[in-house]
Write a protein that binds this ligand. Structure first.
Ligand SMILES: NC(=O)c1ccc[n+]([C@@H]2O[C@H](COP(=O)([O-])OP(=O)(O)OC[C@H]3O[C@@H](n4cnc5c(N)ncnc54)[C@H](OP(=O)(O)O)[C@@H]3O)[C@@H](O)[C@H]2O)c1
Length: 247
């Protein structure tokens, strides 16, 4: 498929490497210009382009930027055809993102993104830590392969998202409509806990909306205390912490 990725940070750079390595035609962009994109991001064949070019003439756009930057790309996506699938990896992280009143009041994060962009999205890859995402992919059918929930309102778009998750080395798990995607948000049992396909249904079902923000913030505080604000923890620590706090 032809894929444009906006954002080449912790998650976007791994998306770029993995999806181009499996034969997809991948263009990547950040906010500062192609010349600022590290060569390692392009090592498996992706091309660095300006953001406007990344979303042109593609089958899929993947957004992997801080949630509060999503409104900045709304104009860019306004010109993207309706049949282009837009996949979003974002999470609301207060402290990193500016406070978003609607989400603080309980709006599901993916539905806030839909509102900002004025189009449907697929929510995927938001619930795997960057360390696990980079290191723990496995071939289909492997024992213990980690599953990644994929939520969407359109069945065809969800199927595209799930197939791309498979291409990155993880089981794509059908997590239903966007309205239920709070079950894969930060603080939920399925968030950054590296569960298998068999473990995923119970984890999604066990999520309690009212507890998520407090658990998310406890995790953020523990990570900031240990590694410093804005630093991503290694996979082992992150999964251990997330399982202790969220499950
Ligand atoms: N880190 C994780 O473990 C993790 C796991 C799952 C999901 N997520 C979520 O995935 C998203 C990305 O996270 P991350 O950790 O990869 O972020 P990150 O390391 O901070 O990288 C963010 C990327 O977004 C780019 N960006 C920002 N504004 C942009 C714009 N207007 N147009 C194009 N590119 C833009 C940045 O480019 P510039 O530097 O040029 O601005 C940068 O390449 C976040 O919403 C995060 O919550 C993160």
């Amino acid at each position: 498929m032809k894929i444009g990725i906006l954002g080449v940070g912790h998650i976007g750079k791994t998306l770029s490497r993995k999806l181009s390595a499996t034969g997809h035609d991948v263009k990547v962009a950040n906010s500062r210009g192609p010349e600022t994109i590290d060569a390692t991001v392009l090592a498996t064949g992706a091309r660095a382009v300006p953001a406007a070019e990344a979303v042109q003439d593609v089958d899929v756009v993947i957004i992997s930027i801080p949630l509060d930057r999503v409104p900045d790309i709304a104009l860019l996506l306004a010109g993207v055809p309706a049949d282009t699938v837009v996949v979003d990896t974002s999470n609301y992280i207060p402290g990193r993102d500016s406070q978003i009143a609607a989400i603080e009041a309980g709006q599901v994060e993916s539905l806030w993104v839909v509102e900002q962009l004025g189009r449907l999205i697929v929510k995927a890859w938001n619930s795997i830590g960057s360390g696990s995402f980079a290191l723990k992919g496995m071939p289909p059918g492997s024992e213990g392969r980690i599953a990644i929930p994929v939520a969407a309102d359109d069945d065809g778009e969800r199927a595209v998202g799930m197939a791309l998750v498979e291409d990155t080395g993880f089981d794509g798990f059908d997590a239903g409509p966007l309205a239920q995607s709070w079950r894969q948000q930060p603080g939920a049992p399925a968030y950054c806990t590296d569960l298998t396909r068999d473990e995923m249904p119970a984890a999604l079902a066990r999520a309690e909306a009212a507890r998520l923000p407090k658990r998310r913030d406890l995790s953020g505080a523990a990570i900031a205390e240990r590694f410093g604000v804005g630093t991503n923890p290694d996979s082992e620590y992150h999964v251990h912490l997330s399982r202790a706090l969220f499950m």
